[in-house]
Design a binder for this molecule. Structure first.
Ligand code: TYD
Ligand code: MG
Length: 459
């Protein structure tokens, strides 16, 4: 007999429950916090009796647990496998989020191409028609019998079909379009997203079939829906980049089966997404020569060093208050760095607008980019180009001091590999650091010394 289900509305603040939705919680007075929830009648059991499964779970000593290597399957897309930590783990749930049009459906369809060589794949689409998927698949050159497409949003039917087909992989595009018939609220609402994810997770864990979910993000860049969605899944991959730029960055913000912060770089082409094998070279291509306001930084994204160009533009302010914008960099950090330049290096930026841009549409959130941002701004302010073969890295503190960053040797080797001849870095990073051949290391103590070194060294 199926478990009897009913729904109630629970306040997410205080847990008050009510049979109908209310705008204001009568218990704690919070507005708009009532969320629909399915209550499944639990089988009655005596308090001391074992759990309903009939098996009593007992604590085991850590040393007594046998460790099975988790079974992984490669998706055949190098950069995606890298971000996943070496392929998809059986029974795991992966959430891929990103803005509309960034390429989530394209990436998953491409992944299906090699996944379906190992077993049937069920691709559920709640957003596009079968004809639209077919069109995209032919554009990507995919035509396979073991890739099954289901245009459906009703989760009950999806799970039923999955049960019949017994696929090896399931893709849900997207979780916000799915609904569970047990609930009255609309697809995409907090209650629905949570319920659907929970049921899909049960399916993944009991059947061992990996489930790949597409998740939308809202205007602030957060995954639309409850935060609990991120807690439930095993891996969260965020697709970043600008729609008008061909580079796309896939970043793992959570990964139970690998290291987080690992990134993968793709390029969107007419034939779909392709791996970028040498990201640093790709990101630096098209760098202007002899132009002021451009500086190269050696950052580390995940376990991989990456060179990236940062541009700064300083112009006289036409209006009363100076404007500051930053793209690809935290705005508050950018404003802070400008303030440090003003106070510690004597640059009078108060009457100037300042614009900062990370080239290529990437987002850099590592403190090691501080020095690069500041030197790009100084270069534009002085209207003096920075040597083309010079790159920098280092965190800058509030007193203008340069602070050591991690992975210095990885950064300098990447610079040497790409033919750079000089690198300005924090003096505190020099401990035990060996200069690779052809690269001159120029250690500095503070931002003043960095500016002097940057604009006074000749080739
Ligand atoms: P899509 O995967 O539909 O994005 P999402 O699912 O994240 O909303 O990608 C859509 C964009 O990608 C669309 O603007 C067209 C472009 N695109 C290409 O440039 N080349 C291709 O081969 C494909 C399939 C899409
Ligand atoms: Mg899509």
């Amino acid at each position: 007999m199926p478990a009897k289900k009913k729904t109630v509305f629970l306040c997410t603040e205080c847990g008050y429950d009510s049979p109908k939705w209310m705008g204001k919680c009568p218990s704690c007075g919070a507005w708009n916090t009532m969320v629909e929830e399915v209550v499944r009648a639990a089988p009655a059991r005596a308090s001391a009796a074992p759990a309903s499964s009939g098996k009593e779970s007992r604590p085991v000593p850590l040393s007594g647990i046998t460790q099975d290597e988790e079974e992984r399957v490669l998706t055949g897309i190098g950069e995606l496998d890298r971000v996943l930590g070496g392929g998809i783990v059986r029974g795991s749930m992966v959430l891929i989020s990103g803005e509309p049009g960034i390429g989530k459906s394209t990436l998953l369809l491409q992944a299906c191409r090699s996944l379906c060589q190992r077993g049937p794949v069920l691709y559920v689409t709640g957003e596009e028609s079968l004809a639209q998927i077919k069109m995209r698949a032919s554009r990507l050159g995919i035509d396979r019998d073991d890739l099954y497409i289901l245009a459906e949003t009703d989760l009950d039917n999806i799970l039923l079909q999955a049960d019949k087909l017994k696929p090896d992989y399931v893709v849900i595009d997207s979780i916000q379009t799915m609904f569970s018939g047990d609930m009255t609220s609309a697809p995409g609402s907090v209650g629905q997203v949570r319920e659907c994810t929970m049921r899909l997770m049960q399916f993944a864990k009991t059947s061992g079939v990996p489930v790949l979910l597409v998740g939308h993000i809202n205007k602030d860049g957060n995954i639309a829906g409850p935060k609990v969605l991120e807690h439930m899944v095993d891996t969260v991959l965020a697709f970043e980049g600008e729609r008008h730029n061909s580079y796309r960055m896939l970043r793992a913000s959570k990964n139970r089966f690998g290291s987080t912060n690992e990134i993968g770089l793709f390029e969107m082409t007419g034939d779909g997404l392709i791996d970028v094998p040498n990201p640093s070279a790709a990101l630096l291509s098209g760098r202007p020569e002899n132009a002021s306001g451009s500086c190269v930084v050696a950052t580390i994204e995940g376990s991989r060093p990456l060179l990236s160009e940062i541009q700064g533009l300083v112009t006289k302010s036409a209006y009363g208050s100076a404007r500051r914008t930053s793209a690809g960099l935290d705005y508050n950090r950018a404003v802070l760095l400008l303030a440090i330049l003003e106070k510690r290096a004597g640059l009078m930026l108060g009457a100037f607008d300042a614009y900062i841009n990370v080239v290529g549409g990437l987002t850099l959130d590592e403190p090691a980019v501080d020095l690069c941002v500041m030197l790009a701004i100084v270069s534009s302010y002085l209207d003096r180009p920075i040597r083309h073969d010079l790159a920098v890295f280092g965190e800058v503190g509030l007193s203008g001091e340069l602070r050591a960053v991690s992975g210095a040797s990885q950064r300098v080797s990447e610079l040497a590999r790409l033919g750079f001849h000089a690198c300005i870095l924090p003096a505190t990073n020099m401990n035990g650091l060996k200069a690779p051949e052809g690269l001159r290391l120029m250690p500095v103590k503070d931002i003043r010394e960095a500016i002097k070194t940057c604009f006074e060294t000749e080739k």
